[in-house]
Design a protein around this ligand. Structure first.
Ligand code: GDP
Ligand code: IMO
Ligand code: MG
Length: 437
C-alpha cells in the first residue's frame, strides 16, 4: 500500500505549501482561514474561478469581500498571484484594488497576474445572461459574472489571455472574432469600440503585474518561500466532481491547483478542507439535507447567509458528511476547519447526515446524476446542542462538552483531524486544536 512518506503540518501553520479548499457548495469561510494563515506565508495564489467567488475577511472591524484578489493581500509582505486557471474581469479587479487601497493597504506591487489567465469580457457577461435565460426554469442560477462562457472560450481555444494584451493588433482581431461568435449565437450586441478602448487603458495599468506565474511560483518554492493555494467555489461546484450541471465551470479542488498554477503534485503538502458546521448553497440544484421552515430560517438568519457576490439568500440545511466524505476522497484533506460552529449555539438538537440510501439501498458515494441525487433518502444522526454562546471561547478547552462532542463525531466519521474551529466571523474567532499545534 502507498504510504505518504513526507511529514507535514496538519494545521498549515508550518507547511511549505498549504491548500485551502471548499468541501461543500461554497461559502464555507475559506477566505477567513487564508487570511489567518497568510500572516506567516510569503505567497498566496488563486488557482481557479473568477469574480463568482466572494471571500470575506474581517480585520479591525472592517469587512472586505474579495472576488479576484487572493486573501493574503492585507499583509504588506505577502505576494498575491492570480494564476493561469483563473478567469479575470479587469474592471472588477480594479474595483477591488481600490477597495483595498482606500482602506490604507498598498497592494499594486504585490499583485502578479498570470500571462496565461483568460480574460472575461462584456461579451462573456452578456452570454452568461443569455445562456441563463435560454435555460428557462432549468437555469443554474449563475452569478452572471461570465464564468461559464469564459471557460467555454478557453476550451474552444478562442479565448483571450492576459498575455495577448501585449500583442495589441492580434488581441483586437481575436476580440472581434469572439464577439462575432457570441453576438451571432445569442443575438445581442456589445459596444466593441468602447470595450477595446477600456482594454487599452487596462493593459497599461497591469503591465507591471503580468507575470509568467508558472515559473514564478515554482521558483518561489525552490527558494524556500511558503505558499498558500486558495481555492474558490467548492468541490460540489466542480465541473467534474460536482452536482453537474448545477456547478461552476472550473476545477475547484486540489486537481485545480496543478492545472491552475502549474505546481507538480509532489509539491502539495497540507490540504485543509473548510467545512461549514451546516450546509449552504446559492443558486439552483439538488440539496439533500436542505431544511425548509423554522430551523432553516433560524440558521439562515443567525448565519447571515447572504451571497457575498450576488446578495442572494443562501439555502440552508444540516451538515452533510456524505458530501464531505466524498470531497475528502477527491481532495485528500489532511485536516479540516469547521467554521461557523457558533451559528448552531441556540439549537436544542443538531442533525448530521451520515449516509444516503437510494430505493432502499445504501449508497457508497455520491450519485452522479441529478435524478438520483434529488431522490436520495438521507440517514441522520441527532446530537445534543450546547445552548450557549461560544463566540466568547478563547481556547479549545473553553468549548462546551456538547460542542466538543459534535466536533469529535465529525472527526470520527470522516477519519480526519479537526485542526481549526470558527466561533465567529473575526480573525480572533478561530480556535486551534491544541493536539495539533
Ligand atoms: P468563502 O467564500 O468560503 O470565503 O466564505 P464567504 O465569505 O462567502 O462566507 C462565509 C461567511 O461567514 C462570511 O460572512 C464570514 O465573515 C462568515 N464567517 C466565517 N467564519 C465564521 C464563523 O466561524 N462564525 C461566523 N458566525 N461567521 C463566520
Ligand atoms: P466562493 O468561492 C457559492 C455557484 C453559483 C451557481 C453556480 C454556477 O465564495 O465559495 P457561476 O457563476 O460560477 O457559473 O455559477 O455556482 N457558485 C458559488 N456558490 N460560493 C461560490 O464561491 C460560488 N461560485 C459559484 O451560485 O449556483
Ligand atoms: Mg463566498
Amino acid at each position: 500500500m502507498l504510504k505518504r512518506c513526507f511529514s507535514f503540518c496538519k494545521t498549515g501553520k508550518h507547511s511549505r505549501v498549504c491548500t485551502i479548499v471548499g468541501s461543500q457548495w461554497g461559502d464555507e469561510g475559506k477566505g477567513k482561514l487564508v487570511d489567518i494563515l497568510a500572516e506567516n506565508f510569503d505567497v498566496v495564489a488563486r488557482y481557479n474561478g473568477g469574480a463568482n467567488a466572494g471571500h470575506t475577511v474581517i480585520v479591525d472591524g472592517k469587512k472586505f469581500g474579495f472576488h479576484l484578489l487572493p486573501c493574503g493581500v492585507l499583509y504588506q509582505k505577502t505576494q498575491n498571484i492570480i494564476g493561469n486557471g483563473v478567469v479575470l474581469h479587469l474592471p472588477s479587479l480594479f474595483e477591488e484594488i481600490k477597495q483595498v487601497e482606500d482602506a490604507g493597504y498598498e497592494c499594486r506591487n504585490r499583485i502578479f497576474i498570470s500571462d496565461r489567465a483568460h480574460l472575461v469580457t462584456s461579451v462573456h457577461l452578456e452570454a452568461d445572461g443569455a445562456q441563463e435565460t435560454s435555460r428557462g426554469d432549468k437555469s443554474i442560477g449563475t452569478t452572471k459574472k461570465g464564468i461559464g462562457p469564459t471557460y467555454m472560450t478557453k476550451m474552444m481555444r478562442s479565448g483571450l489571455r492576459v498575455g495577448d494584451l501585449r500583442h495589441w493588433e492580434s488581441f483586437k482581431e481575436k476580440y472581434h472574432r469572439l464577439a462575432d461568435f457570441f453576438e451571432k449565437a445569442y443575438e445581442f450586441k456589445v459596444d466593441r469600440e468602447k470595450e477595446i478602448d477600456e482594454f487599452g487603458t487596462y493593459k497599461e495599468q497591469i503591465q507591471s503585474m503580468i507575470t509568467d506565474s508558472i515559473w514564478k511560483v515554482n521558483q518561489d518554492l525552490q527558494e524556500g518561500k511558503r505558499l498558500i493555494c486558495e481555492g474558490a467555489n467548492a468541490l460540489m461546484l466542480d465541473i467534474d466532481f460536482g452536482s453537474y450541471p448545477y456547478v461552476t465551470s472550473s476545477s475547484t479542488g486540489t486537481a485545480g491547483v496543478m492545472s491552475g498554477l502549474g505546481i507538480p503534485p509532489n509539491k502539495l503538502e497540507t490540504v485543509i478542507g473548510v467545512v461549514k458546521a451546516y450546509t449552504t448553497r446559492v443558486g439552483a440544484g439538488p440539496f439533500p439535507t436542505e431544511v425548509l421552515g423554522e430551523v432553516g430560517d433560524h440558521i439562515q438568519n443567525v448565519g447571515k447567509e447572504y451571497g457575498v457576490t450576488t446578495g442572494r439568500k443562501r439555502r440552508c440545511g444540516w451538515l452533510d458528511l456524505n458530501v464531505v466524505k466524498y470531497t475528502s476522497m477527491i481532495n485528500g484533506y489532511t485536516s479540516i476547519n469547521i467554521t461557523k460552529l457558533d451559528v448552531l449555539d441556540q439549537l436544542e438538537e443538531i442533525q448530521i447526515a451520515v449516509g444516503y440510501k437510494l430505493h432502499g439501498k445504501k449508497l457508497q458515494s455520491m450519485p452522479s446524476n441529478l435524478e438520483d441525487l434529488s431522490q436520495v433518502e438521507v440517514e441522520y444522526e441527532t446530537l445534543k446542542g450546547w445552548k450557549s454562546d461560544i463566540t466568547q471561547c478563547k481556547q479549545w478547552k473553553d468549548l462546551p462538552p456538547e460542542a466538543k462532542a459534535y466536533l469529535d463525531r465529525i472527526s470520527q466519521i470522516l477519519g480526519l483531524p479537526v485542526t481549526w474551529v470558527g466561533t465567529g466571523p473575526t480573525r480572533e474567532n478561530m480556535l486551534l486544536n491544541p493536539n495539533y499545534s
